[in-house]
Design a protein. Structure first.
Length: 510
């Protein structure tokens, strides 16, 4: 397993070689007390990418580096702001399988090859506090880049990096930047060495991407396309986190699938149905595969919380042990289902189609229309679907049929909420207010559904405990609590729905 760290750094154009006065000024920044010279390092890195530079175009870098204190394979994935996640594996002749998997959502199975070699002579200084603790590392780099592509060239430049120490305060970077700016040192014009190397050494016209399909500016197609691209990007970027089991990543990736499905369904009037309807089916498949792990995770947490909140005298028998055994068995099966889906050819084919959807959305003639009328119409249509499902759910007596009807209403509420998200840039506050009210409906329906699922699991656990000669009291008690929860949600739902279905919320959309 590679070692993961969070890297927070900024790149700057190199200061004038004959003016190093800024160095002394840095020693008084924030809590810094001294600047320690750590000498010179020689670094040699070969960067790998696909023939059409899919990693670089998605702001990811993959390299094998010798020299320095962390030689080996490095994968860097973008995070928010100045942050990146860096995953380091020891030196090896071949790319570690773990890293190959972590870039799969970006490469989509295309082969990787060396694209550029970057050799760096690095002068390292550490910004330290009064106790000698490192606050940041300041590096002056002399860089030579050589293209490894046929017909490529080479380039030489100097630059500076300021990297925050692990656990450091990001505000320090702002203070350092203020000193640098006052001394005439500006941010670099490119985000990474690789980006500059490719720009300056790759053969002319190499791997130029096909131009994206641009929707009419200010049109409904532009809003829909932007939302589609954002969700495709989210899905791709969450893939490595899901593979590594990062908390909440499966849930977020599943939500991206649902948002994509929702916008493809809601806005079929502006998208070619022949192109997007099959995609909806594939996204439903992927969300279902991810759902096994996510649903088990939610259920396990709900049952564990229920047991822990009971007084000790009401927990009879090996309840915690049985619950842990159930969790491990079910969790392992669900986890394998997730990983199998991400390793499948079907998933890679879906990623290819999503990339095409993002770059060249299949827009119909209606996509050129102004967004307000078209998006309001789509929202009102989805509201009517939700209303029909809510009316049916509220009319049914308590029981399995009502449980199923509330779940269907929940799914309709979720689609309307995602549609409101898509429309928010065009419709503003009315879409935001409607989305907020519908989210409340979704949450109440969701808790009701989770209670129904929990009751079914508790019954199966109680049956297993009974067969093993264990007391069934605690399982029955938890089952009763979940039934009470469901009834409470059923009592809340009419009022929550009344608030969400007020006519003025819909009138504001028109």
């Amino acid at each position: 397993m590679g070692q993961s760290t969070r890297e927070i750094e900024r790149k700057y154009a190199a200061p004038a070689a004959d003016d190093m006065s800024w160095l002394s000024a840095l020693a008084g920044v924030n809590s810094a007390a001294s600047l320690i010279d750590r000498g010179i390092q020689d670094l040699d890195a070969v960067y790998h990418d696909t023939a059409d530079l899919r990693l670089a175009r998605s702001s990811a870098t993959l390299r094998h580096r010798t020299g320095g204190t962390d030689a080996g394979w490095h994968l860097k994935l973008p995070l928010a702001g100045d942050s990146r996640e860096e995953i380091h594996c020891p030196p090896a002749d071949e790319l570690p399988g773990e890293l190959r998997e972590l870039v799969l959502s970006r490469t989509r199975g295309a082969p990787l090859r060396p694209v550029v070699r970057i050799r760096t002579t690095r002068s390292v200084r550490e910004l330290a506090d009064a106790e000698g603790g490192v606050l940041a590392e300041i590096c002056m780099d002399t860089v030579r880049a050589d293209s490894l592509l046929e017909g490529g060239g080479h380039a030489v430049w100097t630059e500076m990096e300021v990297e925050l120490a692990e656990g450091g305060d990001p505000a320090l970077l702002d203070d350092v930047e203020e000193v640098l700016r006052k001394n005439g040192v500006d941010r670099a014009s490119v985000p990474s060495k690789l980006a500059r190397a490719l720009a300056e050494t790759a053969p002319a016209g190499y791997a130029d991407p096909e131009p994206r399909t641009e929707a009419v500016r200010g049109s409904v197609g532009e809003h829909v396309s932007a939302y589609l691209s954002a969700q495709v990007r989210a899905l791709v970027e969450l893939d490595p986190a899901v593979r590594r089991g990062t908390p909440d990543s499966v849930h977020r990736m599943r939500v991206a699938c649902r948002r994509l499905r929702g916008v493809l369904r809601v806005h079929r009037s502006v998208l070619e149905r022949e192109a997007v309807d099959p995609l909806r089916g594939e996204l439903r498949w992927l969300a279902g595969e991810l759902g096994a792990e996510r649903d088990h995770e939610v259920l396990a947490d709900r049952l564990d919380t229920g047991v822990r909140e009971l007084p000790d005298e009401l927990v009879l028998g090996p309840v915690a042990a049985r619950l842990r055994a159930w969790d491990v068995a079910g969790g392992d099966t669900a986890r394998r289902r997730t990983l199998d889906a991400l390793a499948s050819a079907r998933y890679l084919a879906l990623l290819d189609r999503l990339s095409e959807l993002s770059d060249r959305p299949p827009l119909r003639a209606k996509a050129a229309r102004k967004p307000k009328k078209e998006m309001a119409k789509a929202l009102l249509k989805e509201f009517e679907r939700l209303r029909q499902r809510m009316d049916r759910a509220l009319a049914l007596p308590a029981g399995p049929d009502r449980d199923a009807a509330v779940h269907q209403a929940r799914k309709a509420a979720k689609r309307l909420r995602y549609a409101a998200e898509t429309a928010r840039p065009a419709l503003g506050k009315p879409a935001r207010r409607l989305g907020k009210r519908v989210k409340a409906v979704q949450q109440v329906c969701g808790d009701h559904h989770d209670s129904a699922v929990a009751r079914d699991a508790l019954r199966r656990l109680a049956v297993a405990a009974h067969a093993a000669g264990e007391p069934g009291f605690t399982w029955g008690l938890l089952h009763g609590q979940e039934r009470a929860t469901a009834r409470a949600r059923e009592q809340e739902l009419p009022e929550i729905w009344r608030r969400a279905s007020k006519a003025r919320l819909r009138k504001a959309l028109r």
